[in-house]
Each structure stands twice: as C-alpha cells, then as structure tokens.
Design a protein around this ligand. Structure first.
Ligand code: NAP
Length: 277
C-alpha cells in the first residue's frame, strides 16, 4: 500500500441509511490527516457480486459488510481469516492486488466492551436472544474470550439456534417462549435480535420480569442508544450495556486492517456525541 494513496472504503448493506460507520471512519481519517473516505452504498442482494467486482475495479481498499450480506458474501472471497471462517460471517473486506479477503471484527468489539466484566463472569451463565449473523460473532466471542459455564441460545426458529451452537462446547438451546425465565436465571443477557430498534423503539424481546439485580443486560442495538430492553433492565437493578461500544470496537479493528493505524477513539467519540448518551 502506497503511504499517500487515497484509501476508499465502502459499506455494503441494504438498507444503509441508518449506519453510523461513515461518521466513525471519516472522523478517524480526518483526525489522523490520512487521505481516505468511507462511503455507504445501498446494494441489493442480487447486485452483491457485481458490487464486489466494482470495488476491485475502482481501486477500493476494502469494505464493511452488513445486513443482509454478511453470509452471502462468503462464496465471492479469495480467502477468510480464521475467525471469519469459525463464525461463518464476514463484516470486513480487505482488497490487496485484486484479491478480496474476508474478516470478522464484530466479536472483537463485543469482547472488548465486556473486558471490565471478564473476571466476574467466570463460571456464569449467558443467554443469547436471536441466532442471526451478529449472534454468531457473539457466541464465538463468549466461547473463545470468556470462561462461562453455559451459553443458552434462544431463537424464534429453533433450527437456526441449533445450527449456531453445533460444535460449541457448553452451549445449548431452549424454546423462544421460555425467554423471560431463561433470561432471569442468567448472569449475562444479550439481545442480538433487532427488536427495539428505531422506528420501533418501544418494543423489547423480553418483559421486565426477565431482569434482576446482579445481572448484565447487553443490547447490540445502538439506535436508540437507550433501548426499552436496557431501560427495563436498569429499572430492575441490572447493569445495562448498549451497542455503541461494540460498534466503535469493531470499527477500530476494521480501521486497523485497512490502514495499519490505530483508530483515534477520542475523535470518533466526539463525532458520535449527538448519538451517544
Ligand atoms: P440478522 O442476521 O437478520 O439476525 C437477526 C436475528 O434476530 C435472527 O435470529 C432473527 O430471526 C431474529 N429476529 C428478527 N426479528 C425478530 C423478531 N421480531 N422477534 C424475534 N426474533 C427476531 O441480523 P444481525 O446482523 O444479527 O443484527 C441483529 C441486530 O444486531 C441488529 O439490530 C443490528 O443493528 C445489531 N448489530 C449491532 C452491532 C454493533 O456493533 N453494536 C453489530 C452487528 C449487529 P429470524 O431469522 O427468524 O428473522
């Protein structure tokens, strides 16, 4: 990579209008004085392959990949990082000499945001609500980064949850209808479903009875910053963590892959201030 080459990065998703990633990465480029820019591209599923060829042809440095392309992109890549292979989903592409490699940094951001709780979670139980792309990264992080006694995955489609936990030691599934009770018995309750995301911010995947003091409630949703899930958890005495720290953590790991530079976190947090609580 030439040191003064302009680094152009895309976000490939559908839709992408809500994304904070352009704000994060453009603030980082600006603060470092690096010639680069990040542009959100709304790509229909049937245009994904053409869009990837376009990135290579136009000399893009890489991309972030989001809903609904995180798994669909896999067959089009030259190689995969070990974590992306284990997770079965990609959120970051790096383009070198016309070859596209796939990486996953979601699990890095998730684990980083739980670092202060790493010791207190040893031997404890986690409940994961939802079994989609983000849940795959979360379960990988829980399995490889924390020494939990149990990981319980609940999804409205039982086969999706079963698929996710296949081969994960210490993980099992439970019926989605039992989610309030399962969550109440857990020490760490993680919402990976989009239930509660704007514009349906009043919704929550569980009732307030799912929470108690001493728990950690973690919502991957960052829009709104304070979801109903987190408000209920807080009211019942649980500690609440929203999706913004994970978002910034995964962005920092992706930024490093594209630029070889550490993301300037303060500048990024300043750029997000209107969003962050
Ligand atoms: P996804 O692949 O579409 O998976 C969503 C999961 O939630 C699936 O298991 C889905 O089940 C389930 N679900 C959807 N609607 C539901 C409903 N009404 N009731 C119950 N379950 C429902 O999406 P994803 O990529 O995993 O993203 C999920 C959420 O995480 C989004 O809100 C996204 O913004 C957030 N996220 C945040 C970060 C971060 O850095 N903070 C990173 C990644 C994702 P079905 O398959 O049956 O629909």
């Amino acid at each position: 990579m030439e040191s003064r080459a302009v680094l152009t990065i895309a976000l490939l998703g559908h839709p992408v209008g809500h994304s904070l990633s352009p704000r994060i990465h453009n603030a980082a480029f600006g603060a470092l004085g690096l010639p680069g820019h990040f542009v959100a591209c709304d790509v229909l599923p049937e245009r994904l392959e053409t869009a990837l060829a376009g990135l290579v042809a136009l000399g893009f440095r890489g991309a972030n990949v989001t809903i609904p392309h995180k798994e669909a992109v896999l067959p089009h890549l030259s190689d995969l990082s070990p974590a992306a292979r284990a997770i079965g989903a990609v959120n970051t592409l790096v383009i070198d000499n016309g070859r596209i490699s796939g990486h996953n940094t979601d699990h890095i951001g998730f684990l980083e945001s739980l670092a202060p709780h790493r010791e207190s979670l040893v031997g404890k139980r986690a409940v994961v609500l939802g079994a989609g792309g983000a849940a795959r990264g979360v379960v990988h992080a829980l399995q490889t980064g924390l020494r939990l006694a149990e990981i319980l995955v609940l999804s409205r489609r039982p086969s999706q949850a079963q698929n996710l936990i296949d081969g994960v030691p210490g993980a099992r599934t439970a019926p989605y209808e039992d989610r309030d009770e399962a969550a109440r018995q857990a020490d760490l309750v993680i919402n990976t479903t989009p239930v509660g995301m704007l514009p349906r911010g009043a919704e929550s995947p569980v009732s307030p009875a799912a929470f108690r003091a001493g728990q950690i409630a973690y919502d991957l949703i960052y829009n709104p910053a304070r979801t109903t899930f987190l408000e209920h958890a807080r009211r019942e005495g649980a500690e609440a963590i929203g999706g913004l720290p994970m978002l910034v953590g995964q962005a920092a790991a992706s930024f490093q892959l594209w630029t070889g530079r550490e993301m300037p976190r303060q500048a990024v947090h300043r750029a997000l201030e209107p969003v962050a609580p």
